[in-house]
Design a protein around this ligand. Structure first.
Ligand code: ADP
Ligand SMILES: O=C(O)C[C@@H](O)[C@H](O)C(=O)COP(=O)(O)O
Length: 328
């Protein structure tokens, strides 16, 4: 299947949610306690997806709140530099700080992130910060799960979803589960179910769908069937190095393998996957081709140091896919 999107919009994709700071360990293969140096990048799942999409050539906008300080200015200027429209990125006027994520690279397979997210600026986005006229200009609105974790950001996302529905803008929900920001898994499940019910495309890992379902017992088929019975037309279930599966509402199921990669760290895979997957779909490619695009993009990013800065170009993705075709 290929999906069709409006052609007369100013933006291909508008993302709503957090834009933060990643501090990635520059010393590899050691625990955080022994890591002394870090490199700074823009981070936050929806910001990474917006940056990745923009680097691929999509016209991209961002709705979010950042701190009114050096970090907020760094985030905004980096996103502008890579072509993301930041006209709807607001500065926090109450002193809230941008979130920080420290990464630990213990081995290429054993990575973790440590988030500093107490009362962060992004979770203080307010409904009145969200413009219906802006959302109306998008082919798709991307919402990320973490923005639902706390008020007032939760209500800002409700507002964005309401505007998108009024304006017939399809919603893409990236589950983006970050336990640090939630009170409990039960609470997360309530909001995840709600968001999935509003969305045309749902993207998440198997573990994230378990959180959504508040249950560990469901198969991918059961999960997809339940979601496709409401508004969703396409459900993507990711399985890390084992690849991903797309379930469509006409019953088509497409499996995609991950591409071999010289892995440096595992984080960044999901965001690069989402940006390239959505790029391909928005450009009229089939779901199968979009899965391949997403997987290739992720294979590139896990071999590099950052999530945002490492987002590949279309040419890099095509080169990896061509290389893979030659070797099979
Ligand atoms: N180690 C890896 N090597 C190559 N590709 C990977 C690797 N890990 C993940 N990917 C690719 O990225 C996609 C998303 O990764 P996954 O780990 O499932 O998501 P997330 O990063 O959101 O947890 C996978 O479906 C796969 O195509
Ligand atoms: O999402 C965050 O706030 C942290 C990210 O910026 C970080 O780069 C990361 O963990 C990305 O991992 P992914 O979700 O696996 O793409």
């Amino acid at each position: 299947m290929t999906m069709t999107f409006s052609t007369d919009k100013r933006f291909d994709l508008i993302a709503v949610g957090r834009a933060c700071i990643d501090l990635n360990a520059t010393e590899y293969n050691r625990p955080m306690e022994e890591t002394m140096t870090f490199s700074k990048y823009v981070g936050g799942s929806p910001a990474n997806i917006a940056i990745g999409s923009s680097k691929l050539g999509l016209k991209t906008g961002f709705i979010g709140k950042v701190s009114d300080d050096q970090h907020g200015r760094f985030i905004q200027s980096y996103m502008e530099k890579v072509g993301v429209d930041t006209s709807q990125m607001v500065k926090d006027t109450e002193g809230h700080k941008s979130g920080l994520t420290f990464t630990e690279i213990k081995s290429p397979k054993e990575c973790s992130i440590l988030m500093y997210r107490t009362d962060v600026a992004d979770l203080n986005l307010r409904p009145e910060d969200v413009s219906e006229g802006y959302i109306a200009q998008a082919k798709i609105l991307l919402i990320s799960g973490t923005a639902l974790a706390k008020s007032p950001s939760r209500e800002a996302v409700f507002q964005a979803v309401d505007y998108a529905k009024r304006q017939n803008v399809p919603i893409v929900f990236e589950l983006d589960y970050r336990p640090y920001t939630w009170q409990s898994e039960e609470e997360t499940s309530v909001y995840y179910k709600w968001a999935a019910e509003q969305s045309t495309i749902v993207i998440g890992t198997r573990d994230e769908y378990n959180i959504l379902e508040n249950s560990e017992g469901n198969s991918d088929e059961q999960t997809a069937k339940a979601l496709l019975s409401s508004r969703a037309e396409l459900v993507i279930i990711k399985h890390g190095v084992d690849g991903s599966i797309a379930f469509e509402d006409d019953g088509t199921i497409t499996h995609a393998k991950a591409y071999p990669s010289n892995v440096l760290k595992t984080f960044g895979a999901g965001d690069s996957y989402a940006s390239a997957f959505l790029y391909a779909l928005l450009n009229g490619n089939s779901v199968r081709e979009a899965l391949q695009f997403g997987g290739a993009s992720a294979a590139i990013v896990v071999s590099k140091h950052s999530s945002s800065e490492a987002m590949p170009t279309v040419e890099e993705i095509k080169a990896l896919l061509a290389q893979h075709e030659q070797s099979v």
